[in-house]
Write a new protein. Structure first.
Length: 229
């Protein structure tokens, strides 16, 4: 295990142990009854998840939890993604312009192709107040990429407006479900049972700059640019 993954694991454990405190330092979305049609829009960059990985996630995580409480919003395979670098968080109306999006597109075209590809190792669930996520661990390539993008965004006057628990340790946070009401103790216990589950590895070779709603639903998603690492 590399040093950066050790730092990521420590941070994840800190979040689990101090969830109430951690919430104040992270952007947590409020619970909704209808996520698919939510019309608050963000400007963000994501990597989409391979079919091989999403199929395992559905079989080992989503289907067993749906049997307990089917009424929450579980992500379909074509919705699963990891945010690499947010630019403008969810807002209605959007708090960015088309011109802003094109400036970011031009910046990302300059930076991302010079960065090496990297792997996410998907392992373990984290239960948040309004959702749960599968965690992707990786090496320092992600930190270097995020810092390069952050620096560029500041230079063009479009600094990321999201809150983060750390500005040096980043990890893949793949939301798999958003709650439509408070989850039962039974569901919470089942999620915690899966907190060490191993799913597999995926190489990240492409990043997309998109505008989308909270679940990155295809009817809200618009790809501004695609960049190969």
């Amino acid at each position: 295990m590399n040093d950066y993954t050790i730092q990521q694991r420590k941070l994840i454990q800190h979040i689990k142990d101090n969830m109430q405190q951690a919430q104040t330092k992270m952007s947590i979305f409020e619970m909704k009854s209808d996520y698919e049609n939510d019309n608050a829009i963000s400007l963000t960059s994501v990597t989409l998840i391979s079919k091989a990985i999403t199929n395992i996630i559905v079989e080992k995580i989503i289907q067993p939890l749906q049997l307990i409480e089917p009424y929450h919003y579980y992500y379909a395979t074509d919705l699963m993604h990891i945010t690499i670098k947010n630019v403008r968080k969810m807002h209605k109306p959007p708090n960015f312009t088309e011109d802003d999006a094109q400036k970011v597109n031009n910046l990302f075209k300059e930076i991302i192709p010079h960065c090496p590809s990297f792997k996410f190792k998907f392992e373990g669930l984290v239960l948040f107040p309004t959702s749960f996520s599968l965690i992707g661990y990786c090496d320092e390539t992600l930190r270097e990429l995020v810092h390069a993008l952050d620096k560029g965004l500041k230079e063009i006057g479009l600094s990321d407006d999201k809150k983060y628990i750390s500005d040096t340790v980043f990890f893949g946070n793949m939301t798999l479900c958003r709650f439509t009401q408070a989850p039962s103790l039974l569901l919470q216990d089942k999620i915690r049972e899966l907190e060490s589950i191993y799913i597999g590895e995926m190489n990240v070779s492409e990043i997309n700059l998109v505008t989308c709603n909270v679940v990155c639903h295809p009817k809200s998603r618009r790809i501004i640019g695609a960049y190969t690492l």
